[in-house]
Design a protein around this ligand. Structure first.
Ligand SMILES: C[S@@+](CC[C@H](N)C(=O)[O-])C[C@H]1O[C@@H](n2cnc3c(N)ncnc32)[C@H](O)[C@@H]1O
Length: 236
């Protein structure tokens, strides 16, 4: 299943399984300090976690996602617009280049970029401060090790190195834990939260083996935050 199909298929359930993604959004907003960007771009906006978490009314909020079902669930309004777009596609950025943004957000989405250097370059071409958060390789570290699966995502170091030329030395790596009452719940979470990125992460054999041998009652998450300072003109 592709990333796109997976996010559309589980869009309804995403809202109840996106605990870590909501924590990520909370940190992205906390790190803004007093800044209240008026014109916001949200890449990989999903069902609108960022939009709903804003404590102020932006002048224009533009959410971009390539999962149609997620876009349907995203809040809409006179100041909130959602468009279909793929952040791997330079044409999207060509179109976005006609607009001005005070800040570009992306929470828990850019790990699925096919070419991160290129996506970062395209984001930087929009000339706005950024608040980006990407899942990295130590997400599910023990689970991968126990199942003998190679991590799917880039390492935190790779992401920091890709960000450096465009945003400077600003990468911050944060670890989260999510506890579960049972391994069954843990596996349901993995399936429904969109963190497996379309890869059939756990086949029957891996699931069975993990259920027997996974040594923890929590899942591990590793997220790299890339936040650049806002410009005075971007604040209101
Ligand atoms: C884990 S969800 C995060 C959604 C939201 N940003 C949040 O914080 O809850 C990842 C989102 O990225 C979107 N996505 C993944 N790859 C994408 C791409 N190449 N272009 C646009 N959206 C993409 C998915 O459809 C999904 O809605």
């Amino acid at each position: 299943m592709s990333v796109q199909t997976e996010f559309s298929r589980y869009a309804e359930e995403y809202g109840s399984y996106n605990v870590i993604q909501r924590r990520v959004v909370a940190k992205l907003l906390k790190d803004l300090g007093d800044e209240r960007p008026r014109r916001i771009l949200d890449l990989g906006c999903g069902n609108g976690v960022l939009c709903e978490a804003l404590t102020w009314r932006p002048e224009h909020f533009l959410g971009v996602d390539f999962a149609p079902r997620m876009l349907e669930l995203h809040p809409k309004g006179s100041n909130i617009e959602c468009i279909y777009g793929d952040f791997n596609n330079p044409l999207l950025f060509e179109q976005l280049g006609y607009l001005a943004f005070d800040r570009i957000f992306s929470g828990s989405a850019l790990q699925w970029s096919k070419d991160l250097d290129r996506t970062f370059a395209m984001i930087a071409s929009l000339n706005a401060p950024v608040s980006l958060a990407l899942f990295t390789a130590n997400t599910f570290a023990t689970l991968f090790k126990t199942a003998g699966i190679t991590p799917l995502l880039r390492s935190a170091e790779e992401v920091a190195a890709a960000a450096l030329p465009w945003f400077g030395d600003v990468a911050e790596t944060v670890h989260y834990r999510l506890e579960f009452a049972s391994t069954r719940e843990m596996f349901r979470y993995i399936k429904r939260s969109g963190v497996s990125g379309g890869r059939n992460l756990l086949g029957y054999r891996e699931t069975k083996r993990l259920m027997e041998h996974y040594p923890l009652d929590y899942l591990e998450f590793e997220i790299v935050f890339i936040t650049t300072r806002g410009r005075a003109s971007g604040n209101s």
